[in-house]
Design a binder for this molecule. Sequence first.
Ligand code: ADP
Length: 493
Amino acid sequence: MVAERFRVSFAVSEVAPYAKVGGLADVAIALPKALMRQGLDVRIFVPRYRGVPADEAVIPDLMVPFAFGLRPAAVYRTWTHDLPIYAIDAPTYFDRDGIYGPPGQEYPDNVERYAFFSRAILEAIKRLGPPPHIIHCHDWQTGLIPLYLRTAYRGDPFYAHTATLFTVHNLAYQGLFDPGLLPHLGFGPEVFRTDGGIEFHGMASALKAGLVAATGISTVSPRYAQEIQTPEFGCGLDGLLRARRGDVIGILNGVDYEVWNPETDPHITRNYGPDSLEGKKECKIDLLKRMNLPVDVARPLIGSISRLVEQKGFDLIEQAAERMLHMNTSYVVLGSGDPKVEAFLGQLHRAFPDRVSVRFGFDDPLAHQIEAGTDLFLMPSRYEPCGLNQMYSLKYGTVPLVRGTGGLDDTIRNFDPHSRSGNGFKFYEYSADRLLEKLQEALSVYRQKDLWRTLMLNGMRTDFSWDRSAQQYVAVYRRLRAKISATLGHRSP
Ligand code: ADP
């Protein structure tokens, strides 16, 4: 008899390339691809935003219990990389210009939008059948799914054997809402309590719902899994996370080398790899021209690609910027977000028009061109659950200069010129002086071409492909399933 394939439903609020704000979107497609290579049967559920394709209506008439009645929705399916993406269609919620809101803002009804999405997924899964072994939820937007399973679907035989994994990609985004909304979303007053419930300082929290109700919890790097259990990084939830520490695991995100690989990247002017580094110089020339900077190939070019938010350390960059440029460097930035950060970057460009170039907005091809065309990638995050860009940079021979926190600490090892080991530069104390010291160190290696080449090659040969992480997820899924079966066995007479 052929063994039954393990079935996983992915519930996620972004998916690359159709709906992307940050790294979550990349994970939402790359991890399922890797799980499929492990033999799992994976379905991805996303909202049908404007950019999400909808090839085939698989459930034209989904009725979702919501807001004291039944609300209509539809489910469309599109295949990509042999994976089915199920798009939940509800135009009033998702047919909008932005994903979470206009640039730098949030839609006021976001909690309602994603609560509806969560409930609609649970109804869609039932209609599509058979029951998944795991529903894998991501961040606060799908944190209510485990809670719905424990309340509205309690005792539902369809879901009796389904376990949930809740992955925290960023603990700082909590989906807080007025508890007065709870009945509208379909929850009774019993969920609104501090201990074992979703109360959080007088508000209700969709993130906390995932943390208290999921069968297991994971986050996107081992280091961040430890950090969030401390008051410094726990965003007020460290106590809860410590209480569930046996259920919390950190699994490092990987890189999809079909998308992020300078040897095959269609967005860059010339492909290159560890055995053909000359192409990188052409990419640098192309980028300098594209960004309207003088074509001075010898001058070290630093890059950043980022959501422009406090987390990413732009206040440190602001303090360090002038001194950084006085070290004879140039700087290119692609990002969007906080208007204050955009204002600072705009000023920096005006003060150093020949050295600094910035682009605001979301531009995927340019992100690839910056990875290929820069020498150093600057990412001095205050905290970083995993971070993908530093791993992409390694593959492109662009040396990361990072702050040693979360996944940045897990993935970047300081280069030691004597042993010639290490793949980048990292500093720990959150200070502009420490950043500049590390930059100085990096630039002294940059001037020794042979050493720099070794450093680039160390990074280019570091393997962060998804397969190892996917194997870890499969092991977690199996443990969670066993946990559910054990509970059921325990309950049965
Ligand atoms: P986070 O998930 O916190 O935003 P990551 O480093 O994990 O940070 O992932 C960021 C992802 O988003 C990368 O793929 C990066 O290239 C992409 N990205 C961020 N900002 C932009 C932008 N303005 N244009 C294009 N891609 C961007």
